[in-house]
Design a protein around this ligand. Sequence first.
Ligand code: B12
Ligand code: SF4
Length: 471
Amino acid sequence: MRKKVILYNPKAVFFDMPLALLAIGSVLDFNKYEVIIVDGRLVDHPIKEIKKHLDQAICVGMTVLTGSPIKDALAITNEIKNNNKEIPIIWGGWHTSLFPKQTLIDEPNVDITVQGQGEQTFKELVDTLDKKGDLKNIKGICYRDTNNEIIKNAPRTIIAMDTFADINYELIDVEAYFEKKGNRQLDYISSTGCYFRCSFCADPFVYNRKWTAISPEVMVNKLENLYHKYKFTDLNLQDETYFTYRDRVIEIAELIIKKKLKFSWAATMRADQGSRMSLDDFKTCAASGLRRLLIGVESGSQEMMDWLKKDIKIEQVYLCAERCKQLGISVIFPFIVGFPEETAKSIEGTVKVAKELNSMHPDFSTPIFYFKPYPGSKITEDVLKKGYVLPQTTQEWSDFDYVGSSGPWVSQEKYAFFEKFKFYLKLAYTKQKIIYKPIQVLAQWRCKNNMFKFSFEKRLIDLFLTKQELS
Ligand code: B12
Ligand code: SF4
C-alpha cells in the first residue's frame, strides 16, 4: 500500500486552484506515495477530511500566504497535532519564504518551513521523512533538530521548470473549482520568479531576481492534453510576469492557433514588455484567445514610479492601453496609493491617470489599493529602519490583512476621498445596465470635475449591494 502525503490549502477568498499544492504534489513518486489535497475553501470541515488519512500519512504540507490564511493554517496544524503528535507538519509558500525561522520559533507544532521554489525541496523532504533520514542536506528548508535547535539550511537556487513532472490536475476535483468560479476556467502557472526589482514587492527577495519557465512547445502540448481532458474555456495564467520574453509568448500563441485550441486566456504584463511588442504581436495574442491583461501601473506620477523602481514609463502604459483598446482586449490597471511620504502631486497624478485609462474603454478598470508594508520588500525594509513596527509574531501576522483598511500612510480624509473616487470611477466608465444610465452620467460629471461631495447615489448603492474584495 502507498503511503500518504496530505496537503492543505487554507481558507481564502476566491477559488483559484491550489497551484502550489499541485506543483509540489505532482513531483512525488506516485508508485510510492498517494497525495491527498484538502482545500479549506471547498470542504466544510477540512480537519475531518484530513483525519481520515492521518494514520497512513508521512507528513502534512500546507501552503501559507501572509495574513489571514495563517490563522486557518495554524488552527488546522494544532488540531492535527492534538490528534497525532508525531506527524511532521511542513509549511511552505510566501510567508515561510519570508519568515523561515520566526514561524518555527513561534509555533512549536510546525516542524519544517520551506523557502522559495518547492518542487525539488518537497520531493527530497518526503523521501527523507519516509526513510526517517537526516534533514541537514536538504536545501531550502528550516527545521528543528533533535536538540530542539532551529537550523536553517543553505538556500536552493531556482530550478528549470521543464525538468519537473507534468502538473497532475487529477489530484483535485477540477469540476468543483469550475463550479465555484462559475466558469470553466483553468488556473495554470507557466513561469516562476521575476527579473525585476519593484521596491513594494517580495518577489525579488524570494526568487532573487531569477526566472524560469516552461518552454513553448512543452507548455502547449500540456495545455492541449488538459484542454481535451477538462474542456476548459478560459485559461488563467498566474505567472508574475508572463510576457518576460516576447518570442516565447508569440510562439505559444502561434502554437495555440495552429492546434486550434479554442479557449480564451488572461495574464499579467509589464508595460515595458508590452511596449516592446509590435501591434502584430498583440494581434497574434488576441487571435490565440487573449481576453484580458493585468498591467500594474501603481502610480500616475513618473517620479513615484521611479522611486518604486518599476522601471516603466507612463507612456508605455498608454501605448499598451491604445493597443488593447484597438483590439478589444480588456485590461486591469492596478494602482497603489499611500506609500510612505507620498506627495500630493503623486496622488494627483494617480487620480488623473486612473481617470484617463478608465475612460478609454468600458473594459478597462483601475482598482486602487492602499499600500501596506508587506514583508520582504525594499520599502518595508526602509520603513523598519526608520522605526516602523511590523507584527512581531506569526499570530500577529495572521491579522495583517484586513479588508477595508487604509494602511498606515493614508489619512482618514484621503481614505474617504479614494473610497468615493473608486466608486464613481467604476460607475462612470464601465458597462452599466440601462437603469443605471442616469447615475452613470452623473458619475462621469463627478469624475470630470472631481466633485465627490453629497454622494447620495453611493450611499444608496452601498446599502443594497455587498461586495467581496481583497485589502
Ligand atoms: C492565486 C493568488 C492568490 C489567491 C490565493 C489562492 C489560494 N491558493 O489560496 C488569492 C486571490 C486568494 C490571493 C490573495 C492575496 N494575495 Co496572492 N497571489 C496569487 C498568485 C497570483 C498565484 C499563486 C500561485 O498559485 N502561484 C503558483 C504556485 C505554483 O507558486 P507558489 O504559490 O509560489 O508556490 C511555490 C512555492 O512558494 C512553494 N510552496 C508553496 N506552498 C508550499 C507548501 C509546501 C508544503 C512546500 C513544500 C512548498 C510550497 O512551492 C511552490 C512551487 O514552487 C501569487 C503570485 C504568484 N505568481 O505566485 C500572488 C501572491 C502569492 N499574492 C500576494 C498577495 C500580496 C496577496 C494579497 C494580499 C493581495 C491583496 N491585495 O489583497 C491577498 C492576500 C490574501 C490573504 N492573505 O488571504 C503576494 C504574496 C504576499 C505574501 N507575503 O504572502 C504574491 C506573491 C503576489 C506578489 N508578488 O506580491 N492570492
Ligand atoms: S511587482 Fe511584478 S514586476 Fe515588479 S518585482 Fe514584483 S513580480 Fe516583478
